[in-house]
Design a protein around this ligand. Structure first.
Ligand SMILES: [Zn+2]
Length: 416
């Protein structure tokens, strides 16, 4: 049934929009993964040149020189038409073509910018931001894609104010640092650096609990895959709810400790990668072999919980993005502790949001993903929480907030 569903999905989408989801090894023929993705030894990547490219004759400039930037080459066709090559960090790669560039001009004018994708297809609806405005979607009538989805052409109103154009909002390492720093102002949130990424960026951990000896644990990770920004919005809303001053959250923090690594792949995010870390590897295929420093450090940190036999892990959750909301759970016939927690959690979420279709997709635990590792290591129920790429941001926040409440309620029922 599951295979049938996946083949139907691939037929319907033409196999164009590859999800980020885990794929069990026995599903290989219909895998969303490109060949070699489960080989997590270091691969060669092609770093993009960070630069400002200017066209004096038209007075138009482009830049990829910022966190999250991705624009590999810019060409002028005429004064109002430009092309930008969008390439992955290495290929083959999951079909999640990320782009982000700045553009400005001497005088206000409208320019046409065509994104030329290699090794992938257009996936993310363009988002724009100026110095004076927050993020918004580029109006539908202002862009189109070709039938093969290998090009997207955007009409952009440019001016001396820098216009930022990006596949999703830029939620990069500095945004995560600012966000976690704001949480640390709360007395029950602690932040520490557990390791550094290949390029020396911190892998930061949040520990959330009212009491130092709450030995029941919930483990949270996010953003193994750089473009999966909608998953980060869900993670932030989820964590903020756990840190809130509601009666429920306070009771939860009296009993449980949350250990979270919100940004697993800071190098990939800041370098504008489509999928991989600095070594060209999909981190969420490295939870068997641990060839990469990020997965190694985070798994070792979680494994340290086993040093104290009184510690007990109750749940593991990993936030991602794909075409639609999906909860990838553990196959129903496995025993977990607490038993079938995900069933009760999602049922509670359904009670809270009766109009929300809970799209659950259980699968096995052989895959080299974090979800499977959480189960194999701690015998817990674990979930890959996938958020649709283009779900309205307030809706992502609303659902994730309710998901946090549902989790806290069900876990407290276990222990109170
Ligand atoms: Zn993912």
């Amino acid at each position: 049934m599951q295979i049938l569903k996946k083949s139907l999905f691939i037929l319907l989408t033409g196999g164009i929009l590859s999800g980020c989801s885990q794929t069990d090894q026995n599903d290989q023929p219909l895998s969303y993964d490109p060949p070699g993705s489960t080989n997590t030894k270091d691969k060669q990547i092609s770093p993009q040149t960070r630069e400002v490219v200017g066209f004096e004759n038209a007075g138009v400039w482009f830049s990829n020189d910022f966190e999250g930037g991705r624009a590999n080459a810019v060409r002028q066709i005429d004064a109002d038409k430009y092309e930008i090559d969008i390439l992955p960090e290495n290929a083959p790669v999951n079909n999640s073509a990320w782009y982000a560039f700045q553009v400005w001009s001497r005088e206000a004018r409208r320019v046409q910018v065509t994104l030329n994708y290699s090794d992938g297809n257009h996936r993310y609806q363009p988002k724009i931001r100026t110095n004076d405005t927050g993020w918004k979607r580029l109006a539908e009538e202002s862009w189109h894609i070709d039938s093969a989805r290998t090009q997207a052409t955007l009409s952009l109103d440019v001016s001396p104010d820098t216009l930022l154009v990006s596949g999703q909002e830029l939620i990069t390492s500095s945004v995560f640092e600012a966000w976690t720093d704001s949480l640390v102002a709360l007395p029950y949130v602690h932040k520490s650096v557990i390791a550094e990424s290949r390029e020396g960026r911190p892998l930061s951990k949040l520990t959330i609990s009212n009491v130092p000896n709450a030995r029941r644990f919930v483990l949270v990770i996010s953003r193994q895959h750089p473009p999966e920004v909608s998953g980060s919005f869900a993670l932030m809303a989820f964590i903020e709810r756990l840190c809130s001053d509601t009666d429920l959250a306070q009771r939860f923090r009296d009993q449980f400790t949350v250990v979270a690594v919100p940004l697993m792949n800071p190098d990939g995010v800041d370098n504008g990668h489509w999928r991989h870390n600095r070594a060209g590897v999909d981190l969420n295929r490295d939870w068997l072999n641990f060839n990469q420093p990020e997965t190694r450090a985070v798994s070792q940190m979680f494994l340290g919980l086993k040093d104290n036999p009184e510690n007990k892990v109750y749940f593991g959750i990993d936030f991602h993005s794909t075409q639609e909301d999906v909860f990838y759970t553990v196959t129903k016939d496995f025993e977990t502790f607490p038993d079938r927690f995900s069933d009760r959690w999602l049922a509670r979420l359904g009670e809270k949001l009766p109009d929300y279709h809970i799209n659950e997709d259980p699968s096995g635990v052989e895959s080299p993903t974090s979800k499977s590792w959480f189960y194999r290591t701690f015998n817990v129920d674990a979930v890959t929480y996938e958020v649709g790429d283009e779900v309205e941001r307030p809706r992502i926040r609303m659902i994730a907030t309710n998901a946090a409440d549902a989790m806290m309620e069900v876990l407290l029922n276990e222990v109170e």
